[in-house]
Design a protein around this ligand. Structure first.
Ligand code: HAM
Length: 426
């Protein structure tokens, strides 16, 4: 029935794995993003925006050729001009690309940046896992100081707290640097080669053995129970880095759980690795995550430039708030609602509302010449505390009726002083 000629009358739906945000969840999403950004803005982070798509190779090299993101989940296409581009599946490689391209790394270090936007992964959709989702991210470039790792974790925890969330847990690990990783990789490979694994997993053992730790299948998780853990292989300097992060978190009053089996789906991580999880979300429990990525700059053609960062998932954070029964944030409505009765009053009310808005009072008005009953219903729905009811007779007398919708009290107020009066009331 869905033909494409001009007589086509079919309706449309949002693409699979995507959804619309309509009020009041739309406002709630804005408030979630604002709450995530607020701690960053007061900690000296600058705002950065990069395009929604990048050269495909940036992600292949940056995120890692053998990751699920690159092998299965990218929205990649060739443009009409023949360029291979990909809708960004994550923000770290693009932000680092932008830092290098704009020479920010040649100025004062570290460079502290935050960003917010849409990301795209062709994943199997389920609750909390979408093909189009929203992240707020933060990156610190140009320092190896473990205080930066700790700062980011504290700022994320502060954002979750500001939203009222109490069920977010911090999982912490260190993957070691290039000094520690080869010995661990070899020990893990030795262990994994001794297991009875399917062909694909066995291949993964040879290409990217750490990835196997992230296999969610219960039989694999059981077989991994006695696998060597990375934290037993840390070099003295990697261990010292990790210990400093841990002690700074403790001194900031941030609780965390050491999780030596924590790995993440991106290959650029070195040393500090962390994830924020919420148990009210089912299998997609990570509300955010990040870590250090000291070698990423070189991988994408830049100079040595250590970095650390995170991205918090706004969609899942909103789900976590709903799971905790928190009221939706950011739904404010208007303060004053004008109810005109008759054409002359309608024109006058339009002017009043314009003045109120310019004076900083959130205001709206009944449209379409609605009668008193319908207009008062609209006033109630608007969330306004005060209704300004005005008919031709009021106008002739130079007054408007200001009704307190909470108490039902009504007072005639002179038109001259009305804006000032309402400003004082709200
Ligand atoms: P990520 O762990 O892939 O890390 O994503 C961060 C967060 O984005 C996740 O914890 C989750 O809340 C949300 N998220 C990811 N995929 C989806 C999805 N399909 N649907 C809904 N939410 C999703 C990164 O993206 C790294 N760039 C983080 C980072 C920054 N590391 C260092 N700097």
């Amino acid at each position: 029935m869905t033909t494409n000629h001009s007589g086509d009358r079919r309706t449309f739906r949002a693409p699979k794995g995507t959804f619309d945000l309509v009020p009041p969840r739309g406002e709630a999403m804005l408030a979630v993003r604002d709450a995530m950004a607020a701690p960053l803005r007061s900690a000296g982070y600058g705002y950065v925006e990069t395009p929604s798509f990048e050269e495909t190779t940036l992600f292949a090299r940056g995120v890692g050729e053998s990751t699920d993101i690159v092998t299965k989940e990218m929205y990649s296409f060739t443009t009409r001009g023949g360029d291979d581009v990909t809708l960004r599946p994550e923000g770290t490689a693009p932000v680092l690309r932008a830092v290098l391209e704009n020479g920010l790394h040649r100025g004062a270090l570290p460079v502290k940046l935050w960003y917010s936007g849409s990301y795209y992964r062709y994943e199997r959709p389920q609750k909390g896992r979408y093909r189009h989702f929203s992240q707020v991210g933060a990156e610190i470039l140009g320092t190896e100081d473990p205080a930066s790792d700790a700062e980011l974790i504290v700022l994320a925890v502060d954002a979750y707290r500001a939203l009222g969330l109490t069920g977010v847990r911090v999982l912490l690990n260190s993957l070691g640097s290039h000094e520690s990783r080869p010995a661990y990789r070899a020990a893990l490979q030795d262990y994994l080669r001794g297991l009875d694994l399917d062909d694909e997993t066995a291949r993964r053992v040879e290409i990217n053995p750490l990835r196997v730790l992230d296999d969610k299948r219960s039989e694999i998780q059981k077989a991994l129970a006695s696998a060597p853990v990375v934290t037993d292989f840390l070099s003295p300097s990697d261990r010292a880095h990790h210990d400093t992060v841990r002690s700074l978190l403790t001194s900031a009053g941030v609780e965390f759980e050491d999780d030596p089996r924590l790995v993440r789906g991106l290959d650029y991580y070195t040393r500090t690795l962390f994830e924020f999880v919420h148990d009210g979300l089912g299998s997609q429990s990570a509300v955010g995550g990040g870590g250090r990525y000291d070698g990423l700059s070189e991988l994408i053609g830049g100079p040595a430039l250590p970095g650390v960062g995170w991205a918090l998932g706004a969609d899942r954070t909103l789900l976590a708030m709903e799971a905790e029964g928190l009221p939706l944030p950011g739904v404010t409505g208007v303060q004053v609602f004008a109810v005109p009765l008759g054409d002359e009053a309608a024109a006058w009310a339009f002017g009043l509302v314009t003045q109120l808005r310019r004076a900083g009072v959130a205001a709206d008005f009944a449209t379409g010449g609605r009668g008193l009953k319908g207009a008062m219903k609209a006033a109630d729905r608007s969330g306004a505390r005060y209704a300004v009811v005005v008919g031709e007779r009021d106008l002739a007398a130079g007054v408007a009726q200001v009704k307190d919708l909470a108490t039902g009290e009504q007072q005639a107020i002179s038109l001259n002083g009305l804006v000032t009066h309402l400003q004082r009331l709200v």
